[in-house]
Design a protein around this ligand. Structure first.
Ligand code: FAD
Length: 383
């Protein structure tokens, strides 16, 4: 699209991510997809490189490089292995949410461990059966006791649920209507009463474990509460706004990898002969659409980095990047004929991996709800 200024912190982080992607993630991606499971060693390498807390303050163990550096790094990593990258994205989101909302003690105890790999990785436990797009419908409850809180309920589809050392968990703490009775808790992975389901068998991202998490009389101390009682919905939405920049960037990496694979295949297939216009136009469309999505993603990341509101811009970026990356993977697969769907080729994996970027951290329909609500509000304000 365009090169980030050499010598800038963003460029440094992008280069670092590109090196780790080439040296660690790309050589392992196909095998990780084939056997499934959790990418323990790759995540340790990402921690060692400092990429598990890219926008986290330096004093808490992060790189303090901002959302634009984060976005560029995620795109490089997802280009190599989207499955490992989603674990990194969720960890960065959890570390940032703690750095923002945590007490000084919560921050100093947990954030460095999320950045250096001591927690292995962080998990974000919001969704439940029937309560993903609509968190108001959640049934998990947290009851206050003399010694802290007791959590009961179950969460579904939790990324890295099999291995996470720390969970950020949302639970109802009152019967207040809508999202007002939701609070946020920090639950270490070894807390008695927390159990992890078997990883789901998924279409894509097979090297990322996605599990149900059960809380059965799960007792945590008073210091487990993150932010104030009843303010959990706000915490979750702020986390997801930033998370959507990560998923937009992940989708861009996948879409670009598919487009590059198709371009290389086209060069080999046609050599010196003319490439049929239907094929070259498809490549042009993918390149143009992914660049447009990258510009939206860069805008959202820049707004976040500079402390400006960025919620609907993050939704626009995620919606556009995930849908255009899906189209790019689909075109790449079509262009390559039977080789596109060959399970020994890269495009087949990218095609499966990209689909979920339109689902998690808010489906495409939910992003349209966010954007249209914001347009309606701005229209009202302008009247
Ligand atoms: C691989 C994977 C990893 C995940 N990781 C995590 C994680 O780490 N943490 C976590 O908390 N969750 C995670 N999720 C859950 C994910 O965020 C939710 O599945 C997603 O937000 C959709 O919510 P839902 O499951 O309730 O689906 P539903 O809301 O029931 O959606 C079903 C359909 O209805 C549509 N729909 C719903 N509401 C509206 C509306 N208002 N307007 C228009 N259409 C609507 C949706 O767009 C969708 O097409 C993960 C999911 C997957 C597949």
């Amino acid at each position: 699209m365009f090169d980030i200024e050499p010598g800038s912190p963003e460029h440094g982080v992008q280069q670092l991510a590109a090196h780790v992607a080439d040296d660690v993630l790309r050589p392992r991606a196909a095998e990780l997809d084939r056997r499934g499971g959790f990418p323990t060693d790759s995540l340790a390498a990402l921690s060692a490189a400092g990429l598990m807390g890219i926008a986290v303050p330096r004093e808490l163990g992060g790189l303090q490089a901002g959302a634009l550096a984060y976005s560029l790094a995620v795109t490089e990593l997802a280009h190599a292995c989207a499955a490992t990258t989603v674990a990194l994205c969720v960890n960065n989101m959890v570390a940032e949410v703690l750095a923002h909302f945590g007490t000084p003690e919560q921050r100093s105890v947990h954030v460095p461990k999320l950045c250096n790999g001591e927690h292995v990785v962080g998990a974000f436990a919001l969704s439940e059966a029937g309560a993903g797009s609509d968190p108001a419908g959640m049934r998990t409850r947290a009851r206050r006791t003399d010694r802290g809180w007791v959590i009961d309920g179950s969460k579904l589809w939790i990324t890295s649920g099999s291995d996470a050392g720390l969970f950020v968990v949302w639970a109802k703490t009152s019967d207040d209507p809508g999202t007002r009775g939701i609070s946020t808790f920090l639950v270490p992975g070894d807390t008695p009463g927390l159990s992890r389901g078997k990883p789901e068998h998924k279409l894509g991202l097979r090297g990322s474990t996605t599990c149900a998490i059960e809380f059965a009389s799960c007792e945590v101390g008073p210091d487990a509460l993150l932010d104030e009682v009843g303010r959990g919905f706000r915490v979750a939405m702020m986390a997801l706004d930033g998370g959507r920049i990560g998923i937009a960037s992940q989708a861009l990496g996948i879409g670009r990898a598919a487009t590059m694979a198709a371009a290389a295949w086209t060069r080999d297939r046609y050599g010196e002969r003319d490439v049929p216009q239907g094929v070259s136009f498809a490549l042009a469309d993918s390149a143009m659409e992914l660049d447009a999505a990258a510009l939206l993603t860069t805008r959202a990341a820049w707004l976040k980095t500079t402390g400006q509101p960025f919620s609907h811009q993050a939704s626009m970026a995620k919606l556009m990047a995930s849908e255009r990356a899906f189209a790019a993977c689909n075109r790449a697969l079509a262009m390559m004929g039977p080789e596109g769907q060959d399970c020994d080729g890269v495009v087949e994996r990218l095609f499966r991996d990209v689909r979920v970027t339109m689902i998690y951290e808010g489906t495409s329909e939910v992003q349209r709800v966010v954007v249209s609500r914001d347009i309606a509000r701005r229209f009202e304000d302008a009247r």
